[in-house]
Design a protein around this ligand. Structure first.
Ligand code: HEC
Length: 155
């Protein structure tokens, strides 16, 4: 039994050696998203840890294997949609992401469930969802309407 415990502890200790490169890149206010304070509060509480440069790292961010999962979420999250780099996102890409944002928020696919376990305050209530939905709609409109009209313009 002791051997098992030592093996488990040993593996856990070894896992700590592999440390992901966590970073908070500087935010350029000229390209970062600016929206209504109500919208910003929801996005910052529920999305910014994975979808911006303004990630808040909790104490356990250095503990493997949680650190590996977090690093993966942050890298892929920023790749998918980065609110700190909002003005630089290509209009057609932005339109697609906004459509997906509407769906994922509506279907409770975002914020990610693993994240919500440790961030209860990031759970979206019906009112938050409505505010986000409205914001995504406004953005979609400002970019030239629905995805289908965009495709029609481009073809
Ligand atoms: C814990 C990290 C995390 C949080 C918090 C989070 N996301 Fe994500 N999001 C991801 C990751 C990782 C991806 C990449 C695709 C995947 O793994 O699902 C993603 C993908 C997306 C996409 C692209 C989906 C697609 O299929 O194109 C959208 C849109 C999105 N997230 C919106 C949001 C919104 C809006 C919020 C806040 C309400 C949010 N996310 C909160 C991690 C997160």
């Amino acid at each position: 039994m002791k051997a098992v415990i030592y093996t488990v502890l040993g593996v856990f200790a070894l896992m700590q050696v592999i440390r992901p490169d966590f970073n908070t890149p500087p935010v350029d206010p000229k390209v970062a998203l600016h929206a209504d304070p109500k919208v910003m509060t929801i996005l910052k509480t529920s999305c910014y840890d994975c979808h911006s440069s303004q990630t808040h790292y909790p104490w356990y961010h250095n503990v493997a294997p949680v650190s590996w999962i977090m690093a993966d979420h942050i890298t892929k999250g920023r790749q998918a949609i980065d609110f700190s780099n909002w003005a630089n996102i290509d209009a057609s890409v932005k339109l697609k992401r906004l459509e997906r944002a509407k769906q994922t928020v509506h279907n409770d696919m975002m914020p990610k469930h693993e994240y919500l376990l440790m961030h209860k305050n990031a759970v979206l209530n019906a009112h938050d969802k409505q505010i986000l939905d409205q914001f995504f709609d406004e953005q979609i409109k400002a970019l030239g309407g629905s995805l289908t009209t965009m495709k029609a313009i481009n073809s």
